[in-house]
Write a protein that binds this ligand. Structure first.
Ligand code: DQQ
Length: 574
């Protein structure tokens, strides 16, 4: 983590340096306002690395998904948006609707600064559907005094299927920071939930010095809210942004039901979750004792994925997760491109049948974009070799599912006991894709250039453990060779995959490739890693796709299905 933090700061300073002369710090480090860039309308948009089937507006900056919901047959995605530039600032709630989570109709912003309670910004929040069928949005407004307060907004016309206009009642704000609450760190209300006692509850992210808190508020009428005596949860991990709290079911857990609690850590820009038991009567949440709670805990995604939010898709009886993928190029690059930020593919999320972790999988609807198909079965990849997956027309915009069988598990290297004290990311940074191993690295080279000098590796490495436990499987994303361009932040991302390779013999991988997005799922959705890359040669129809094996053990690709992906239709209403 220390290495990452250093990198983050180095990168942050690099971005700052580009616009240093005029950058004015706003509320906090992560909400820097680039004053001289705010009035720039991005007239030119460079499409080269824009995504085809991930959600992006036509131009400018986006960040957190907000108020995501399914309402009367329509999916609503609101998101933080700067209508003026490809850098953060002037934040409004942009709005898009979809019938299938694939194609989107862009509407006018739903919520923009207009009143004393949000004149300096409309920051993140959530939607709740009330028992009378009305949806309500609760969002953070930055008021005239630059304090963070919580406001509600209601649809103006419930008969409009797109709910285009939202009205902010004059009685806002409904929650203001009390004395003792840090007014510049009090934001991102969750969807509210109602207990059997009829009382509404929600939590707001805040901090008390270095202690992150999920402040709990209660209300009978969604208008007058009172703080509970105790926070729902807290941790020694700095400011907690974008909390999320929701029930999940699984036959593998006591009582068949758990509650998930997720936070986005402002300090590291990583998210962590636990699940455990929630008692409505006392409003207490107790994470399962088997789970780490803090910087060593479980993550939805071990890559560039932040400020996520889930919603219950009542139509399909599933929970869907949205998350924001930030850029990892420079601010100057973003201004030149005319855009910054992408939403990750919406993912179905559920509790694993063994009750040990959450699972995720791209919503099935995106498979409707699959086109031309290539299949490879039982192909041996000898140690130290690679082969190209040919036959796709658009390897820069593709969906690849592959299953790898390890032929000689005895070649697995011992898992260095010193690594137990560090995270997967540190192990992977020490053993990148080019470092030969016993079993692995093997996997995909995506967005590869003709001469193979540009390529992003998504791969596995299998280690033997000496403590009697099963093998350790590391899943990595190594972008160190992803681009000829300088000034890029190229972090190696990694997580362990809880697959018993000795029993299953195989490791499955799915990777969505979308020009500058590489979004991967290992172990059928046990471990996800999203990475942003900026190839200069492996772009458009020049990009290529390979399978590689840099380990001693041969690996068999038992089955690989690769599909060209058509672009989603993302259109404006007018
Ligand atoms: N982004 C919003 C905040 C939130 C942060 C501002 C997380 O409400 O805490 O754009 O990325």
């Amino acid at each position: 983590m220390a290495v990452r933090t250093l990198w983050m700061w180095a990168f942050f300073l690099l971005r700052l340096a580009v616009t240093a002369a005029s950058s004015l710090p706003a509320a906090e480090v992560t909400h820097l306002v680039f004053a001289d860039l705010q009035s720039l309308q991005a007239e030119h948009v460079d499409d080269t690395l824009r995504t085809g089937f991930h959600f992006q507006p036509p131009k400018h900056w986006i960040n957190d998904p907000n108020g995501v919901m399914y309402y009367k047959g329509v999916y609503h995605l609101f998101y933080q948006y700067n209508p003026k530039a490809a850098v953060w600032g002037n934040i409004v709630w942009a709005h898009a609707v979809s019938m299938d989570l694939v194609d989107w109709l862009m509407l006018e912003p739903a919520i923009s600064p207009s009143a004393p309670f949000d004149v300096n910004g409309c920051w993140s929040g959530s939607a709740t559907v009330l028992p009378d069928g009305r949806p309500v949005i609760m969002y953070t407004g930055i008021n005239e005094q630059d304090q963070q307060v919580q406001n509600v907004a209601y649809p103006k016309d419930l008969s409009d299927p797109y709910l285009r206009e939202w009205v902010k009642p004059d009685y806002n704000p409904v929650i203001a920071p009390d004395a003792g609450v840090n007014a510049s760190a009090f934001r991102d209300p969750t969807t509210a939930w109602q207990g059997p006692d009829g009382v509404w509850r929600l939590v707001i992210g805040t901090k008390d010095n270095h202690r992150g808190l999920a402040a709990l508020y209660r209300s009978l009428d969604f208008k007058r809210w009172a703080p509970a005596r105790r926070a729902l949860h807290s941790g020694d991990t700095g400011m907690w942004e974008c909390p999320d709290f929701y029930p999940v079911t699984s036959p593998g857990v006591d009582g068949g039901r758990k509650h998930v609690f997720k936070v986005s850590l402002d300090l590291t820009r990583y998210e962590y979750y636990t699940f455990g038991d929630y008692d409505y009567a006392t409003d207490t949440y107790v994470p399962d004792a088997s789970l780490a709670d803090g910087n060593e805990g479980l993550r939805y995604d071990y890559g560039n994925f932040y400020a996520s939010k889930t919603f219950l898709d009542s139509g399909k009886q599933r929970r869907v997760l949205w998350g924001w993928a930030n850029e990892s190029d420079s601010t100057a690059d973003d201004v030149r491109k005319g855009w910054a930020g992408v939403q990750a593919i919406p993912r179905k999320i559920w509790l694993a049948p063994d009750g040990k972790q959450l699972m995720q999988w791209p919503v099935a609807e995106i498979e409707s974009l699959r086109g031309n198909h290539v299949n490879i079965t039982d192909k041996l990849v000898k140690g130290g070799s690679y082969f190209e997956v040919t036959g796709l027309t658009t390897p820069a915009q593709a969906d690849v599912e592959a299953s790898f069988q390890v032929m000689d598990l005895d070649k697995a290297e011992p898992f260095d006991p010193a690594w137990r004290a560090v995270d997967a990311e540190t192990v992977c940074a020490a053993r990148r894709a080019d470092a030969k191993g016993g079993v692995g690295p093997f996997g995909l080279w995506v967005l590869a250039s003709d001469e193979l000098k540009e390529r992003t590796a998504v791969f596995f490495r299998v280690f033997k453990r000496d403590d009697g436990a099963k093998h350790a499987i590391l899943m990595c994303n190594d972008p160190s060779r992803s681009s000829y361009a300088d000034n890029l932040y190229k972090p190696t991302f990694a997580g362990f995959v809880d697959v018993d390779i000795a029993a299953t013999g195989k490791i499955p991988l799915r990777t969505l490739i979308d020009h500058s997005m590489v979004e991967s799922f290992g172990g059928h959705g046990k471990t996800a890693i999203l990475s942003r890359v900026y190839p200069t040669k492996a772009v458009g129809d020049k990009a290529r796709l390979f399978v590689f094996n840099n380990g001693e053990s041969d690996v068999k690709v038992t089955n690989l299905n690769a599909y060209d992906m058509r672009s989603a239709k993302i259109r404006s209403l007018n």
